[in-house]
Design a protein around this ligand. Structure first.
Ligand code: COA
Length: 242
């Protein structure tokens, strides 16, 4: 697939690479990026040639500096509401991708940048990464699930502090509060994301996808129902293999 303006899409040996590509605007998330991500994630989830996805940002300075402020804060309320709904759809799209998605983040990871990464399965960051949710300081709240996904990922107390105080945290602290899985020296970020992708690729595809579904869908269920889900998906997996 090509013809994208603000993302780059590449596919190599079963690994799909999505690069947020507005380096001059620190890869700020605009309407065009939303549309292109929506399209590519829809294509990836049904693409039998893709085993694992890596999401990253172009340029030296940022994974993503949040929503594009030039579009975001000037939109009239009805447009804003529509945009917020649409953004949630993109986030739904992220969660509907059956293949594991690895976020490989560097530099600024703000607002939507954090929110996007929270919909990925594994989050790696380089040691120069800085994370923040500037929304309340701008008179808005996260519009892309962050108020729900962040506390579910790191717990209520650190999530509330990061959201309410606007304090940015560095990669070391992000790792400590478990917002990310691992911190790497910058030159190691993409090679490690690829090593991880290849490792995952070496496993049974159906088992990997079932395990991903178990965790994500189970998170919203009471334990008993989660255990039922695991049993059902386990049975389905056995049928696939028999
Ligand atoms: N939306 C639109 N453009 C953005 C942007 C955003 N969220 N973040 C950065 N940019 C643009 C800047 O306007 C600038 O454009 P210019 O070169 O045409 O002037 C370019 O990206 C580089 O940013 P700059 O501010 O010069 O880089 P910096 O290293 O000095 O500062 C930040 C980086 C991230 C601290 C600063 O850009 C910033 O605060 N951005 C806004 C973050 C934010 O509030 N995001 C919204 C979350 S809801």
């Amino acid at each position: 697939m090509d013809g994208f303006e603000v993302i780059i899409y590449e596919k190599q040996n079963g690994i799909a690479y999505i690069t947020l590509n507005r380096p001059k605007a620190l890869n700020a998330y605009n309407v065009k990026m939303r549309d292109e991500l929506y399209e590519i994630l829809g294509a990836i989830k049904d693409d039998p040639e893709v085993d694992v996805v890596i999401l990253k940002g172009a340029g030296e300075k940022a994974f993503c500096a949040g929503a594009d402020l030039t579009e975001f804060l000037t939109a009239p309320p009805p447009v804003f509401a529509r945009q917020a709904r649409f953004e949630r759809d993109v986030w739904g799209r992220f969660l509907s991708v059956r293949q594991p998605v690895i976020a490989a983040m560097h530099g600024y990871v703000l607002g939507s940048g954090i929110e996007m990464s929270l919909c990925c399965d594994i989050r790696l960051a380089s040691d120069d990464a800085r994370f923040g949710l500037p929304e309340p300081g701008l008179g808005i709240i996260p519009a892309a699930g962050g108020s729900q996904t962040l506390p579910r990922t790191i717990g209520q107390a650190p999530a509330l502090e990061i959201l309410l105080s606007g304090r940015w945290i560095d990669a070391k602290e992000a790792s400590k509060v478990k917002m990310i899985n691992r911190v790497l020296p910058r030159p190691e970020l993409y090679p490690e994301a690829e090593r991880l992708a290849k490792k995952i690729q070496s496993f049974d595809k159906a088992a990997v996808r079932a395990a991903k579904q178990c965790v994500w869908r189970g998170l919203d269920l009471p334990l008993e129902e989660g255990l039922d889900l695991e049993t059902r998906l386990g049975k389905k997996l056995k049928e696939v293999h028999s």
